[in-house]
Design a binder for this molecule. Structure first.
Ligand SMILES: Cc1cc2nc3c(=O)[nH]c(=O)nc-3n(C[C@H](O)[C@H](O)[C@H](O)COP(=O)(O)OP(=O)(O)OC[C@H]3O[C@@H](n4cnc5c(N)ncnc54)[C@H](O)[C@@H]3O)c2cc1C
Length: 317
């Protein structure tokens, strides 16, 4: 029974977190002695055969122009139909906002045990034990999925993308008339910014910036580094920055390779959304700021002195 990997895309590219999920699904399928299939829903300009480079031999493509990928109910129906048609009993998602809406619905439809936020491949020596983050990343839990059907959502940056080479065949999936109790009235796309959830580097700032008028240097540093911008919750609550930049327990959970925190105290609720970052750099004028305990590098200093110096140094490089 094959493993299906739900593969998210923009119109022009496959999301990095989905490539990680494909590599994970391919490795899992090898362990289970079965085949890994990528499922792509919606129209895209991506050459889907090239997903074969990541180890899948087949891509199922539901490209009906009427599909609205923001409608989680319809997406669940499509993935459920694909699972039945291809007799798949394991579905892999990357742990994205879409997956958070779709995977639990699919779990009910398929009667599948589900683990969200997996951080490594299942141990199948005695059951099907999946390791996941719990308590906002402070601990791990090993969950044994007992049902025959299984759903896993994989944390971003938890599994390396691996290229094996090759081309995949593409099989179209007919989409039956979809019904939904939801009506999507508008979708507002954020244009021209590096999407925070996908960003490799993030420059984030907090209340230490004093006011929205001081964000110019944060944006400049982010632009120079090719980074996305983020902020603490009080900053977005005060409308200094848009809500889609808010990271933490009640905001986005991110795991970039580099997270630079400027004027953020490091409250536990903030750390919950960023402590999976690979390298954390903290800039704070208070040497006792709790964030320094989680930092790989710390600069004790006034952001208004330090950040311009970093900008000048990056420009010089
Ligand atoms: C249920 C709940 C959920 C929450 N969820 C979130 C969440 O998702 N995300 C989140 O961020 N918070 C969340 N919070 C709020 C959280 O507890 C903190 O209040 C918040 O993170 C603090 O934001 P801050 O660090 O920007 O501000 P502050 O705590 O005010 O810290 C500002 C920091 O800036 C430093 N500073 C000041 N001036 C300068 C300067 N010139 N140069 C350098 N440093 C300077 C100060 O030393 C201080 O450390 C939540 C709280 C609750 C109760």
């Amino acid at each position: 029974m094959p493993v299906i990997i739900y593969t998210e895309h923009s119109e022009e590219s496959i999301k990095k977190s989905s490539l990680e999920a494909i590599s994970y699904g391919v490795a899992l399928a090898a362990k289970l002695n079965t085949e890994a299939i990528s499922l792509v829903v919606g129209q895209t300009n991506v050459n889907l055969a090239s997903l074969g480079e990541y180890g899948v031999k087949k891509v199922i493509h539901a490209d009906d122009s009427t599909i609205n990928s923001s409608d989680n109910q319809c997406m669940t129906t499509i993935i459920n139909n694909a699972a039945s048609k291809f007799n798949a009993d394991t579905i892999i998602f990357s742990n994205t906002i879409s997956a958070k809406g779709i995977a639990p619905r699919l779990s009910v439809k398929m009667k599948a045990g589900m683990v969200s936020g997996a951080v490594s491949l299942p141990d199948i020596t005695n059951g099907f034990v999946v390791k996941k983050n719990v308590f906002s990343g402070k601990a791990f839990a090993d969950i044994n999925i007992l049902s025959n059907k299984k759903i896993i959502t994989l944390n971003s940056n938890a599994f390396e993308i691996s290229k094996t080479g090759g081309e995949a065949t593409i099989e179209k999936l007919e989409v039956q008339k979809l019904t939904s109790s939801l009506k999507i009235t508008a979708v507002h796309k954020i244009e021209g910014e590096i999407p925070l959830a996908e960003a490799d580097k993030v420059v984030s700032a907090g209340r230490g910036m004093k006011g929205p008028e001081n964000w110019g240097m944060i944006e400049e540093l982010a632009k120079l580094l090719g980074a996305a911008t983020a902020c603490s919750r009080p900053v977005s609550d005060s409308d200094w920055r848009p809500h889609h930049e808010h990271v933490g327990q009640t905001g986005l959970s991110i795991a970039p390779n580099l997270y630079i925190a400027v004027g953020i105290s490091g409250a536990i609720q903030h750390l919950a959304g960023v402590n999976r970052s690979k390298t954390i750099v903290v800039i704070n004028k208070d040497p006792e700021a709790p964030f320094f305990k989680s930092a790989d590098y710390g600069i004790v200093g006034d952001a208004f002195d330090v950040v311009p110096k970093i900008i000048a140094a990056v420009k010089a490089l």
